[in-house]
Design a protein around this ligand. Structure first.
Ligand SMILES: *Cc1c(COP(=O)(O)O)cnc(C)c1O
Length: 227
């Protein structure tokens, strides 16, 4: 399917899900997850009008996006994969949004880079909603305290929460959990929902859905840290 058709189809599904939920489709942002896909596939989607992209590895994004960003100044890049503190410098330099703040060491490293460079990507806290040992994210019951710490100790611009529900279960209770945590912490942005469940996520209040496969097709190579 040509990129423009795939994009139009996803946008239509987002709009329909929003209307079903009694929400304004304009309140839901589509993040195109371009991990593993080459720059020319990304360029085709940019050509079709998509400007927000998600990558889960700093190094891969650093190889693909600086040239695209130079050509398309409106492009916005989100980090949606785990961040190591030794990559904080590259992440703050390259990304416009960091969705995976999940522990003090990372919050501190990102804040230090922001202070050093003056660049301030907005940040989301990733919550491990399923309490899965192999998955990144702060524990649900520790979220409120961690959000407060990010603001008070490091003055991080935290604007929302992000989660990847357990793969084999219905995501609904986990979407509801993230929605409630965001409400309790006074955060407005909810990044949740992927190719298989973004319509359900919109029903639970997602303000950003992260869609890879349904836009780009199957990923060319498997990834160990894929959800
Ligand atoms: C890969 C990935 C997605 C997109 O998954 P699809 O099922 O391909 O839509 C969304 N969020 C995160 C964090 C990812 O790593």
């Amino acid at each position: 399917m040509p990129a423009a058709d795939a994009l139009a189809a996803i946008r239509a599904r987002i709009a329909a899900a929003a209307r079903t939920a009694g929400r304004d489709p304009g309140d839901i942002e589509l993040l195109a997850v371009s991990k593993t896909h080459p720059a020319d596939a990304i360029a085709a989607l940019i050509e079709a009008g998509q400007l927000a992209f998600g990558e889960n590895r700093v190094q891969e994004a650093a190889a693909k996006f600086p040239a695209l960003k130079a050509r398309h100044p409106g492009l916005r890049l989100h980090l949606i994969g785990p961040l190591q503190s030794n990559k904080a410098r590259d992440a703050v330099a390259l990304f416009d949004v960091i969705e995976t703040i999940d522990r003090p060491r990372i919050a501190e490293a990102v804040a230090a880079e922001m202070a050093r460079t003056g660049r301030r990507p907005t940040c989301l806290v990733q919550v491990n909603v399923g309490a899965e040992p192999q998955k990144a994210g702060v524990a649900p019951e520790a979220t409120a305290a961690f959000v407060a710490q990010c603001r008070d100790a490091w003055a991080l611009p935290i604007v929302g929460l992000m989660a990847i529900p357990p793969a084999e279960l219905s995501p609904d209770p986990y979407f509801a959990m993230l929605r409630d945590l965001a409400r309790d912490t006074g955060l407005g942005q909810l990044s949740m929902g992927m190719s298989g469940d973004f319509e359900a996520a919109i029903g639970f209040g997602a303000t950003r859905v992260r869609v890879g496969t349904a836009l780009f097709g199957t990923r060319p190579r498997p990834q160990a840290d894929q959800p």
